[in-house]
Design a protein around this ligand. Structure first.
Ligand code: PMM
Length: 273
């Protein structure tokens, strides 16, 4: 089984849950991107909007100002770059700056014009399962129909694929993502991680982003219920990276690229026998 691609996260934001404020200048973000490349990232995911639960949205001009210079600088150094955005304007300028993948956590629901922008380019499009913006998404985490969360996510992603095709994005440029943590409670994330096969049957490449998310903080909580802090969830993240590689996913979106690369190399050596 080919190793999954490692997508290294570069959040150029003051407020992301895992690394907000650490790389929120162009220089710091470019330096971080270089470090992730050296650590073995296949693609860098540059984002200028935090999607942590409760986050408020930046102005378009602020988002552009955060991501475009970072994309230009890293593309000039030969990096493969993805833009993590829900906005058509940002996707368009990011593609013009050299991004080859548009990672839209809203799957085209937040700004439907983004689909035309992607269709008119050669960019790959990550369509993530999403039900609403971060300020109210956790109210939308109910999956009571038959088949639970896995059936609902599959059905809702299928409907998005119909819309992407109608917009002119060919299947070989579509990647699907179950959207761990987005309108999902911890138990929903675990069901999705264990239930990827029905999503894989759809025939698209899968990207998954478990890295450091709060369901891992809950899993590793202290006996008094205090969640494990975000910077101490790495071993659990790496375990999931290996398990996802064994499921044959196309990509894993991670913060700790060095650890993930080491884990994948170890798995590859193990599988070689
Ligand atoms: N998660 C976050 C941001 N972007 N993109 C995709 N495709 N999948 C994800 O699961 C995902 C994402 C939130 O995590 P962060 O704040 O650490 O970037």
């Amino acid at each position: 089984m080919p190793a999954p691609l490692l997508m290294g996260v570069v959040n150029v934001t003051p407020d992301s849950f895992s690394d907000g404020g650490r790389w929120d200048t162009t220089e710091a973000a470019v330096r971080h991107g270089r470090d992730l490349l050296r650590d073995g990232a296949d693609i860098l995911d540059i984002g200028g909007e935090s999607t942590r639960p409760g986050a408020t949205r930046p102005l378009v001009a602020d988002e552009l100002g955060r991501v475009v210079p970072v994309i230009e600088a890293l593309v000039a150094e030969g990096a493969s770059v993805s833009v993590d955005t829900m906005r058509a304007e940002v996707a368009e300028q990011a593609i013009a700056a050299g991004a080859t993948l548009v990672n839209d956590v809203s799957g085209g629901l937040a700004d439907p014009r983004i689909l035309g922008v992607v269709a008119a380019s050669e960019a790959t499009y990550v369509c993530m399962h999403w039900r609403g913006h971060s300020d109210h998404m956790q109210e939308l985490a109910s999956y009571d129909g038959p088949g639970g969360v896995v059936a609902a996510v599959r059905e809702e992603l299928c409907r998005r694929v119909d819309v992407l095709r109608a917009a002119g994005i060919p299947d070989d440029r579509i990647v699907l993502d179950p959207g761990l943590g987005f309108a999902k409670k911890a138990r929903h994330n675990w069901s999705l991680l264990r239930g990827l096969a029905p999503l894989q049957e759809l025939g698209f490449r899968l990207l998954v982003g478990p890295s450091r998310k709060s369901f891992l903080g809950t899993l590793l909580a202290d006996p008094d219920g205090t969640p494990r802090p975000v910077d101490r969830r790495e071993a659990a993240t790496l375990t999931l990276t290996v398990l996802l590689a064994q499921q044959g996913v196309w990509g894993v979106r991670v913060h700790d690229v060095l650890g993930s690369r080491d884990a994948l190399r170890t798995l590859e050596r193990w599988e070689r026998g």
